[in-house]
Design a protein. Sequence first.
Length: 132
Amino acid sequence: MTARTLEEMSSRIALFPGGSAGAGLLLLRVSVAVSTLMLTAACIRASYIPHFLGVLVAIGLCGGLQTRALAAVSLFAALVCLVVPSPPLGLASVHVISAIALALTGAGAFSLDARLFGRRTVTLPDPDDTIV
């Protein structure tokens, strides 16, 4: 095995971390979903469309479906929030930081992404085996 193959395999393992890291990512997904709902609820006077889209994004985030893409989409909730007369800037700033962190880290093992795209287990050959 080459170094590149081992590097590719280790990057696949790190895509969906389990254990306490996976539980932390689950909590981060729920946190971003709740802040998305709160930000879009602030805009409900202007239109129901942002709130409806926020509910769809929140459901997807809680389930862990296409987490990185939905975290990036939820960043638009902060932009929509700036349109309202008295925007909750504190919530928007925390939301932006959390959504960026979620978009960079991914869903974790407790998600639909992990079930759909699979957690891969890499079994390395024994060092005693010789490949001719």
